[in-house]
Write a protein that binds this ligand. Structure first.
Ligand SMILES: [Zn+2]
Ligand SMILES: [Zn+2]
Length: 136
């Protein structure tokens, strides 16, 4: 019950407008996470809390610490702060500098899918977020 209420609240926070093309994004649920997907460009948005749900501890802490100075062309769809190139584990994302949510542009999802195709079975457990993205 509590979980259901929490999901409703999280749904109410969406939809957001796509930072690339301004389309209203659809709300999706997978692996306990609620996130947004743009039907136009294939980009995905996850709030920081949702990234945590589908990441290992190492991956999600890397989100805040491993930020490249390079700014990204996107503004955060949640709070409009500028995004920068950031990493969640070995997945390149556009991370919001204020709310720490992540925008995954379609090429970044494709990059994660390519990388995942080279993993051995034993490499997968340490890469929860990367595996999540590879299955998007
Ligand atoms: Zn879009
Ligand atoms: Zn933000």
């Amino acid at each position: 019950m509590t979980q259901l209420r929490a999901d409703r609240k999280r749904d109410a926070d969406l939809p957001l407008a796509c930072p690339r093309d301004g389309r209203a994004m659809e709300t999706l649920h997978r692996d306990g996470a609620t996130f947004a997907r743009c039907g136009g460009c294939g980009g995905h948005w996850l709030d920081q809390e949702e990234v945590r749900r589908v990441s290992t501890e190492d991956e999600s802490s890397a989100l805040v610490s491993r930020v490249e100075a390079r700014s990204s062309p996107f503004a955060c769809p949640r709070c409009q702060a500028p995004c920068v190139t950031a990493w969640v584990g070995d997945v390149r994302v556009d991370g919001c500098t204020a709310c720490h949510g992540v925008w995954l542009d379609a090429p970044e999802v494709a990059e994660a899918k390519r990388a995942a195709s080279t993993w051995t079975t034993s490499e997968r457990p340490g890469r929860r977020f990367a595996a999540f993205v590879a299955d998007l």
